[in-house]
Design a protein around this ligand. Sequence first.
Ligand code: SF4
Ligand code: MSK
Length: 625
Amino acid sequence: MAGKELNIEELSIWEDAKQMLLKAKNDGVETAWDRLQQQAPHCKFGESGVCCRICTMGPCRVSKKAPRGVCGADADVIVARNFGRFIAGGAAGHSDHGRDCIEALHAVAHGETKDYTIKDAEKLMRIAKEVGIETEGREPLEVAKDLAADFFENYGTTKGEVSFIVRVPEKRRKIWDKLGITPRGVDREIAEMMHRTHMGCDNDAANTVLHAARTSLADGWAGSMIATEVSDILFGTPTPNKTQVNLGVLKEDHVNILVHGHNPIVSEKIMEAVNDPELIALAKEKGAKGINLAGLCCTGNELMMRHGIPMAGNHLMTELAIVTGAVELIVVDYQCIMPSLVQVGSCYHTKMVTTADKARFTGAEHIKFEIHNGMEQAKKVVRMAIERFPLRDPARVKIPNGPVEVVTGFSNEALLDALGGSLTPLIDAIKAGKIRGAVAIVGCNNPKYKHDYCNLNLAKELIKRDILVIVTGCVTVAAGKAGLLVPDAIDQAGPGLKEICGALGIPPVIHMGSCVDNARILQLCALIADELGVDISDLPVAASSPEWYSEKAAAIGTYAVASGIYTHLGHPPNITGSEVVTNLALSGLDELVGACFLIEPDPFKAAELIDERIKSKRLALGLSA
Ligand code: SF4
Ligand code: MSK
């Protein structure tokens, strides 16, 4: 470890994290926090976005002394191009995940697999009808063939606009049409972004940023939305259920398996395999009491939402979960998986297994999952974990105590159920000022922040102000660990929110799923806007990603803004080297799409500023502040 000794107290707000950071130090295990220190200070050119590497006349770093790259591109053009590619990366991640879900649906519909089935046929029919597919008198599998085909087309170039455009409020569609940012096809917008940002193409920063918005909209209203809806069709639409979070969900006397990544296609089969009686018997033969499955990050969110599988931790807990010394195996699909997990695992007896050809890790075992062999491969993985149980060194095991209870599973369908079948009670509560607004706090951890300090404090501050909070992704674990995801948390809410959530028996912080499930929030906003006959930008709502790190989080933030939702980030993307791009992000977009970004690292100040915005939206709707 280079540099001065890290002060563990300053790294995370959580006891389980601090205990494992200390253990990591004693065990000689390097973590993200150590490597952040080695990387600091970060390159200022990179940080402000003015480093261009897109051709070999460069790389060019522009500055006051050398304001243009070799080709003549200035800081605005370079920053906009870098930002555009950043968004394209995030949109590609979510949307390729969505494509994998469609491939699974296609295989099920065509009878190419017995390992996956349609779990929610009612939702299949409803969604198919919504996008204009004939459902009357037809068998679900026949409809599924057409739905898969329609969704595949959402990725191409000929459709003209994505299928879920039908969900977009009329006023919003007009705004997009006027600006020329209505999303046509996922792959089309991403490919066009790569084209535009090739040397010598789009050399107008604002024009590039608008295409970044279009690319992100293809993610939100197609790639991510398709991923969510198809996952519900294949694995069941979530309904409220109880489970537990934090590292205390690991069990000392069990074989512990962690699932990590994003796509439920792998983790669903692992979940079935850990319940296989033969494998449970084998685990007992090896001296364990059973097999314990827990989730990390968004694959964890998917299993938690649908099946109440406990969650071991969020992004910055992934290395620390292995440091417990109690994990036999971690099985991953893709996205947000630190390459370091292989090294951390090798310091203990933990095996890392990869499952997707597009996400292999040197040093990990690769067990390729395909739609036709998911169950067979899952059993192989679980068997491998069991075989490793005898290799565990009990002297090196330390599992922090005390998992915390959470209530999860709030799909839009489940929320509507909780509301008695219609949005009216929610809208009435908003009109009466009992619920003053709603904020989705989503996204990641980033070791540049004290782990979960901003995620948690923002949520707490907002519910105090009678603002309903919705969480997805890694923020879920922060809210869960603090006890905010249970109905009793209404005691920490303002009087109005307390009254409404108390009457409905729901927590003041609602868990809606994984990163792709932010699409559920888009749909919910659209439904409320339609009900009120206004645009999404007129609603007293906001989004926030206080500790974000990934390209995907930036794509989510951008589609939220482009959909009319004011969005807070704890820190800016690498755009500050361009006045044009920064001004667009912080104010210019407000004039164009009715929303913009707010950058504020302090969660208390952020809560104040978000509250101001909500007040202004309420007043504009003729409601009390
Ligand atoms: Fe330099 Fe222009 Fe090439 Fe970028 S595109 S590396 S600014 S010459
Ligand atoms: S996993 S994108 S760290 S939320 Fe979706 Fe967590 Fe952010 Fe990944």
